[in-house]
Design a protein around this ligand. Sequence first.
Ligand code: CU
Length: 275
Amino acid sequence: MKSIQSLLLAAVMITVCATPSRTMAHENHGKKVGPVVKEQKDWGIAGDAKAGMRTVRFTMADTMRFTPDTLEVRLGETVRLVIKNNGAMRHEFVLGTKKELDEHAALMVKFPTMEHSEPYMAHVDPGKTGEIVWTFNRAGDFDFACLIAGHYQAGMVGTVKVLAATPAAGAEVVTIHWSGEGRFMHKSTIAPGKFVELCGKLPAGLKVRWDFDAGLPLDFNVHYHVGKEVVFPFKLGAVSNAKDVLDTRIEQDYCWMWSNKSAAPASLSVKLQRG
Ligand SMILES: [Cu+2]
């Protein structure tokens, strides 16, 4: 299957190269010729230029190097890549998976004059600047490379890291374990945008003294669930410390919960005492 794809790709490229319009395509490098065909690739999809989008500048040199030779983006980010050729020979900037670039580079060695244009490529003549607008909607490690015969083999390669959004980790649900003296202590750090919940089943008719201290103001509540409804015996917005006594009127799974809505990690220290 893979070799069939490669053959097809080769066939398409040869066809493109054999067409007289190749020269025209060549001269239009870096300029938008007609609408960009957006095709989902393993390394992302063609993006639309938009205000506020990040621009990353690269230079290419005859030393067969990119500067910088790394790119780090967030999953889903659309980035404008501006690529200047500081060399005296033509270079190109092609995004892809390592496998894809390896295969493409091998074809370029076999057919050095072949030429084609895709939204994830910029062919840049000496002294000129090319541009790619790409949406990195696939997480993972990718490469960019100059696939001109000999350049790739000389190491004209850079790496792209697409960082997935921080996983749910950091949001923490802790089961309350009471000591022999009926005490429970907890210390943690809550990442920005995350929460910590301390939960445990408590019988009716209990008094639980709670007391906490946080490094930053946090949204706090004590809650339990009755069917689809959430009941809040306590609910406080943006508090760094508080203490009170919970009266468990019914047997329930009670949770003490803190949410960090700030942009910095927040330390939290909690003490529960049942009596
Ligand atoms: Cu090159």
